[in-house]
Design a protein around this ligand. Structure first.
Ligand code: GLN
Length: 572
């Protein structure tokens, strides 16, 4: 049901051209908005920039709510192929999102929800539902004012629901892409409606530095900024991405062309780790400038944040002191696109920093192991630990199973994630329990020995989007196991899932009788969630994705334990 308040606004809109619904009790100025736009090219790290700025504002005591807008017509990221789009990041509430949400959660130490993610697909689907219910009361539903009105409503609702001091909107893609132009138009309207003191626009751009010239060039950046100006938006701050620090001359040029003072055209050059970006922004006074521009009042609880700042600073200092390194074999099939495993890479980095090592990754594509083009011995030579990565479908699965036999027999530290756990259970069933035909019905639907089978609740589902076993769920940990030690002797933990298949309950007793320990289970049903082989150095696998909850400073225990085991193994 549309609220009375909304009805009033909608009614009015039949008589005039306005449609800008507000949530109930919404007060202008209560929340401020920062809008981050990109120019020249995508992939500049708008997510990292937004998160870093958010972190600095958190350090000053402000409550931050990030939101990412994606121009895709997909309702969420669930059906996107990781090869094309990078990892699907799963939120605790089960929403399948773009990997930028992972960056936000890691930096800001927040549990985000579906309210922090908007795609064109979700937007249009909501609008069409409203239209069918007659909620636009006879109006022709138009991009302006209706689509832009709904975007503004989504932002304002987020501000209300989270009680945020600052909402940070990251618009995916670049200004000029047809698919995000109405979001940028909504930003312009928001700026007008909320007032300049309540909305700040930040543009990220790219300064070219072609090797054949050996100098920086600002033309592409200038044209990019012109694009933003041409839609009626004046950026307050311009952050220039570049491999090297952007020269003063280039910053001056960009300043002249964009009406942005020189001190607000900042260099955002490459650094050793993304966790050092907040420091760059702090030095460039981006946070101070935003606080001034938005007239943000200092919070009383600023002092409480001091402890967190100390911890963060100590942790980021460690990054610069690391000397030792370990090498982890990353076994999977999307290894050509590293972004497919963004959170796993981050979780390894977090654990590595905590243990003072750099984690080098060796990518092992199992399709070649399967065909015999590459030997396992060669692939696993000189590595200190192995992760068998998540995955879907048949390709490369037998290669993973072959690698797992070698890993188990040679006692190499091993962490299996989701599909990685399923493959490890199949390998154990085949080679230890002597169930020759053991398989997963995902790989062979006709298998006589379905050690891994589809979850009962999944049998009834037909479509593919948004219906896996998704999101944060409780796991009961068995005392006395390695998992119990790693999770600090907690009996119940919470981790995030994204799967359709499980260890077939019929085979559990056989597997256990040969030494496999299921150290994590669903508190009520026989869904196996952590498996370990206690007689090995470190052989542990989980049905969930521990990387989704790994944060800097507060790393995930399974990754911490695994990296530690790899460090010990390296001393062999
Ligand atoms: N394909 C497997 C399943 O659906 C594993 C999924 C995954 O690795 N995330 O259960």
């Amino acid at each position: 049901m549309v609220s009375d308040m909304l009805k009033k606004v909608v009614k009015k809109s039949i008589e005039n051209e306005f449609y800008s619904p507000f949530p109930e009790n919404y007060k202008k100025g209560q929340a401020k908005y920062i809008i981050v736009l990109g120019t020249v090219m995508s992939g500049l790290g708008k997510g990292i920039f937004s998160s870093s700025l958010g972190k600095l504002l958190q350090f000053k005591g402000f409550k931050v709510a990030p939101i990412k807008f994606d121009g895709y017509l997909n309702e969420d990221a669930g059906t996107l192929n990781p090869f094309r789009h990078g990892e699907v990041f799963v939120l605790d509430d089960g929403t399948e999102t773009d990997m930028d949400l992972g960056t936000y959660e890691r930096f800001l130490n927040l549990n985000l929800t579906e309210n922090n993610y908007l795609t064109n697909g979700k937007l249009f689907s909501e609008i069409l539902k409203k239209e069918r219910k007659g909620e636009y009361l006879g109006r022709d539903v138009q991009v302006i004012p209706h689509v832009t009105g709904e975007i503004k409503l989504f932002l304002r609702n987020l501000a209300m629901k989270t009680k945020a001091d600052v909402v940070i909107l990251e618009v995916g893609g670049t200004v000029g892409d047809l698919e995000n132009m109405f979001c940028i138009e909504a930003a312009r309207e928001l700026l007008y409606e909320e007032g300049k003191e309540n909305v700040s626009i930040i543009a990220l751009t790219y300064v070219l530095e072609p090797e054949f010239l050996g100098e920086q060039k600002s033309k592409a950046a200038q044209l990019g900024i012109k694009n933003i100006l041409s839609v009626g938006i004046q950026p307050d701050i311009i952050a220039c991405r570049c491999s090297n620090p952007v020269t003063n001359k280039i910053r001056e040029k960009i300043s002249v062309f964009s009406n942005v003072p020189l001190n607000k055209v900042i260099s955002l050059h490459d650094v050793q780790s993304i966790y050092l970006v907040p420091e760059i922004l702090k030095r460039a006074k981006v946070d101070e400038n935003i606080i001034k521009k938005l007239n943000l009042k200092r919070k009383n609880h600023f002092k409480e944040e001091q402890e967190e700042i100390k911890q963060w600073d100590a942790w980021t200092e460690k990054i610069q002191e690391i000397k030792k390194e370990i090498t982890i074999g990353m076994i999977g099939k999307y290894t050509a696109l590293r972004d497919s495993y963004a959170s796993i890479i981050k979780a390894l980095e977090h654990a590595g920093i905590s243990h003072n090592v750099k984690v080098k990754k060796k990518w092992i594509e199992t399709t070649y192991i399967e065909t015999g083009e590459k030997s396992i011995e060669n692939a696993l030579k000189d590595i200190d630990g192995v992760i068998v990565l998540p995955g879907f479908g048949k390709r490369g699965a037998e290669g993973k199973i072959k690698c797992l036999k070698y890993i188990r027999e040679n006692n190499i530290p091993f962490l299996g994630i989701c599909f990685g756990m399923q493959m490890a259970v199949i390998e154990f069933a085949r080679n230890v329990c002597k169930i020759k035909n053991a398989n997963s019905t995902e790989i062979n639907p006709e298998t006589k020995e379905p050690i891994i089978d589809i979850l009962p609740e999944q049998k009834k589902l037909e479509s593919l989007g948004g219906n896996m076993r998704l999101g944060g769920k409780k796991i009961e940990i068995k005392p006395g196991t390695r998992a119990f030690e790693l999770y600090g002797k907690k009996k119940i933990i919470r981790e995030r899932f994204r799967h359709r298949y499980e260890v077939n309950p019929k085979y559990i007793s056989t597997l256990e009788s040969k030494g496999m320990v299921f150290s994590g289970k669903h508190p009520k049903y026989p869904i196996m969630q952590i498996m370990e082989l206690p007689d090995k150095r470190f052989y542990i696998a989980c049905q969930f994705h521990p990387e989704f909850t790994s944060k800097p400073v507060i790393c995930n225990p399974l990754y911490l334990g695994f990296v530690n085991a790899a460090i010990e193994y390296k001393k062999r």
